[in-house]
Design a protein. Structure first.
Length: 128
């Protein structure tokens, strides 16, 4: 089952953190159509946030067509995101890159910045 991690110092609204983490799980194939999301009560117990915050996040996901609430049953995944993100060979190559970058002395922030810069250049049609 998906476990949400709330970072109160991130500056990102709590409900958006839930939305983003759910979308990431969908992209990575950790959630599949038909899977049940944790109940609002389960999320509240695990994170100590307001139940209305969880419901707001779930409503946003429902508005985007990613989940559906079934009265008395819970909230279920309707569709996934991405598609290629679960490609095992790409994941292995990325894991190798992270290992090499760590060996070169880069920390998480360094890797994130470099990856973001290369991705931005790619999206602009530039060859990094």
């Amino acid at each position: 089952m998906l476990a949400y991690r709330i970072d109160r110092r991130s500056g990102v609204a709590t409900y958006l953190q839930i939305v983003q983490q759910t979308k990431q799980a969908l992209r990575l194939g950790l959630l599949q159509p038909g899977d049940k999301l944790p109940t609002a009560r389960e999320v509240v117990e695990a994170t100590a946030i307001n139940p209305n915050t969880v419901l707001k996040a779930y409503r946003e996901l429902e508005r985007e067509g990613l989940v559906e609430a079934r009265r008395g049953l819970g909230t279920f995944v309707r569709r996934t995101l991405g598609g290629g993100a679960t490609d095992a060979s790409l994941r292995a190559e990325l894991a190798d890159w992270v290992t090499r970058a760590g060996g070169a002395g880069m920390d998480r922030d360094d890797m994130t910045a470099l990856f973001g810069a290369v991705l931005d250049a790619f999206q602009k049609g530039e060859h990094p």
